[in-house]
Design a binder for this molecule. Structure first.
Ligand SMILES: NC(=O)c1ccc[n+]([C@@H]2O[C@H](COP(=O)([O-])OP(=O)(O)OC[C@H]3O[C@@H](n4cnc5c(N)ncnc54)[C@H](O)[C@@H]3O)[C@@H](O)[C@H]2O)c1
Length: 438
């Protein structure tokens, strides 16, 4: 299938990137982009910067860089702003986060110092373990949304930007269920006016972005845009949305390994996962409410990959356990352990152990970059509502109602690249390959 009547607006002018939260992930992303722009480093881990895409038959030998095929904004086009409950500028915040070396932060310190967070929309009931005072004074939720819209407008005007994109890189909010006020845009707007407690701060940011015609990506597991009301608004305003929860460390490994066991019909009886991490994200997740949001997001992946309902003998009795332990000495350098109990021919048991000494924000930063660039491209290509082709980047991908998400990273990658081929008028690749033998 080739797209015929898709007109893609060119990536002209500057793209403003608005980050909700100026913590470890955001500062690692911003400092990283500037280090790369100043030619100190390379964009390792980023598909938009390093990825190639095969086009046509294998014998055609067409394998351009994705950024040479797809009209993406360039790194030089990006301008940054953020909101945070702490007033620290991006240099101070990067130092506190302790992800990048003092030397790296110093190389771009002049640039980072100029990024000072705007006042945040915050409600302590949704994030218990941190306290800051860089917070907007409005007490009504609709007034707060309007204040955010004004921030976006001012940022766009004063920097002479042609487009904006918002991405949630703020703390994980407490677990909430879908409420009546989330079910339609009309009810949501009434609830905003009435200061309804079911509207979380992240939803106020998402509403403000969408209402302003600005895309929204959600890097945390909060419900946020994953509610019918905001999906309705995204369709109405013709704006792309995606989420939830960046797929980094342990879940990345899970969605790499599980498809392998499944492809070989190896059974899994247990998957025990535990993490130690000591950054502010770990501190927030030490609260049971925020941890529950994260746990739901982490637990979902195995079921859809392994399909226990289709393979009850192989995956019907899997015991899946996930825990996160806040352990300050490790800072952002998380350690994720997995013990996987598998079984093979005649039911003989085996074990796989994974000990991933990762760096959380080093894994997350390139995902922020790719999401911003692909979402901006999607908007210029006229795509609106949920962007399932960006599932590749998320632990808990958003999908159309009644559709199960694809968690297998290889299916997600194929889907992403086929979407790019489709939008750019190229044939999709099925890997059938009969023609080489006929
Ligand atoms: N690093 C990863 O690998 C990874 C992976 C998946 C998801 N995430 C999620 O990304 C988010 C950011 O992670 P991080 O390590 O940068 O955390 P962090 O704690 O370093 O930064 C989050 C920042 O958000 C701010 N904040 C909280 N509520 C806010 C609000 N309402 N408005 C504006 N700012 C607010 C905090 O003050 C803090 O500075 C977390 O929700 C985390 O769960 C991170």
């Amino acid at each position: 299938m080739i797209a015929k009547d898709i007109k893609i607006q060119p990536a002209e002018g500057k793209l403003g990137v608005l980050l909700v939260g100026l913590g470890a992930v955001s500062t690692t992303f911003i400092a990283g982009v500037e280090l790369i722009r100043r030619k100190h480093s390379k964009a390792i881990g980023s598909m938009t910067q390093m990825g190639h895409i095969r086009l046509g038959k294998r014998t055609d030998k067409r394998n351009p860089l994705i950024k040479d095929l797809v009209p993406l904004a360039t790194l030089e086009d990006l301008v940054f702003a953020a909101w945070d409950i702490f007033p620290d500028n991006a240099k101070e915040a990067a130092r506190k986060a302790g992800v990048l070396s003092d030397e790296d932060v110093g190389k771009v310190g002049d640039f980072l110092e100029k990024i000072v967070p705007m006042k945040a929309v915050f409600d302590q009931r949704f994030v218990k373990n941190i306290k800051g005072d860089n917070i907007k004074a409005e007490s009504n939720k609709l007034a707060l949304a309007e204040a955010l819209m004004k921030d976006m407008e001012d940022f766009k005007r004063s920097n002479n930007l042609s487009r904006l994109a918002v991405i949630w890189c703020a703390s994980t909010e407490s677990f909430i269920e879908l409420a009546e006020s989330h079910k339609s845009l009309k009810d949501f707007e009434t609830a905003l006016k009435n200061n309804d407690p079911s509207i979380a701060p992240s939803m106020i940011y998402a509403y403000a972005a969408l209402k302003s015609g600005v895309s929204f990506c959600n890097g945390a597991p909060n419900l946020t845009v994953d509610i019918p009301a905001l999906q309705e608004l995204a369709m109405e305003m013709r704006v792309p949305i995606s989420g939830k929860d960046f797929k980094t460390g342990q879940t990345l490994m899970k969605t790499v390994l599980a498809p392998g066991f499944k492809a070989r019909y190896l059974g899994v009886s247990g998957w025990f996962s535990t993490n130690i991490l000591g950054n502010r994200d770990g501190e927030v997740l030490d609260d049971p409410g925020s941890f529950k949001t994260k746990e739901e997001s982490k637990l979902g992946v195995l079921d859809t990959i392994l399909q226990p309902e289709v393979y009850p003998e192989l995956y019907g009795k899997i015991h899946h356990k996930v825990s996160i332990n806040y352990y300050p000495p490790r800072g952002d350098n998380k350690e994720g352990w997995d013990n996987i109990d598998i079984f093979g021919w005649l039911g003989y048991p085996m074990q796989v152990k994974v000990d991933f000494l990762c760096r959380d924000s080093i894994l997350a930063a390139p995902l922020v970059l790719d999401l911003v660039l692909f979402t901006d491209f999607a908007q210029r290509a006229g795509l609106k509502g949920i962007q399932e082709w960006l599932s590749f980047y998320y632990k808990s991908p958003m999908t159309a109602p009644n559709l199960y998400p694809e968690h297998d990273i290889f299916i997600q990658e194929t889907k992403l690249k086929n979407t790019l081929r489709y939008l750019m008028g190229e044939e999709q690749i099925t890997h059938l390959g009969r023609e080489y033998y006929e």
